[in-house]
Design a protein around this ligand. Structure first.
Ligand SMILES: [Zn+2]
Length: 120
């Protein structure tokens, strides 16, 4: 993949990460800490009520943030467009739609059909 294409995805991923962090505010700013440690103590009571909800959002967002970080690492070490499973190139179209993708469309489709079989 060309340098400027990598730069494009890097920008895309960084923006996505920023958006996630903004949306989540302090709840994701310090993911490993207990809820409330980075907020005003007066807000703790209401925070506790929202805790389950916050944790749920956190979980979803932290997972996505992890994926974004991983994708950024893949850009750095030059494996960004390479499928983790089969080593083939992931198509540009797929990466544009889903820059955090680590599998090519074929492997992803295979994985999903396996999941479906196990799930039922
Ligand atoms: Zn593949």
């Amino acid at each position: 993949m060309e340098e400027k294409e990598l730069e494009f995805f890097k920008g895309l991923l960084n923006n996505q990460m920023k958006e996630l962090l903004n949306q989540a505010g302090c709840s994701v700013a310090d993911m490993s800490e207990e809820a409330g440690t980075c907020c005003d103590p007066l807000d703790r009571a209401s925070l506790e009520i929202d805790r389950t909800f916050t944790l749920r959002i956190r979980d979803r967002e932290s997972r996505l943030i992890k994926k974004i970080k991983k994708a950024l690492e893949r850009i750095k070490d030059g494996t960004f467009c390479i499928c983790e499973r089969c080593g083939e190139k992931i198509s540009m179209k797929r990466l544009k739609a889903r820059p955090v993708a680590t599998l090519c469309i074929e492997c992803k489709t295979n994985e999903e059909s396996i999941e479906k079989v196990i799930g039922t």
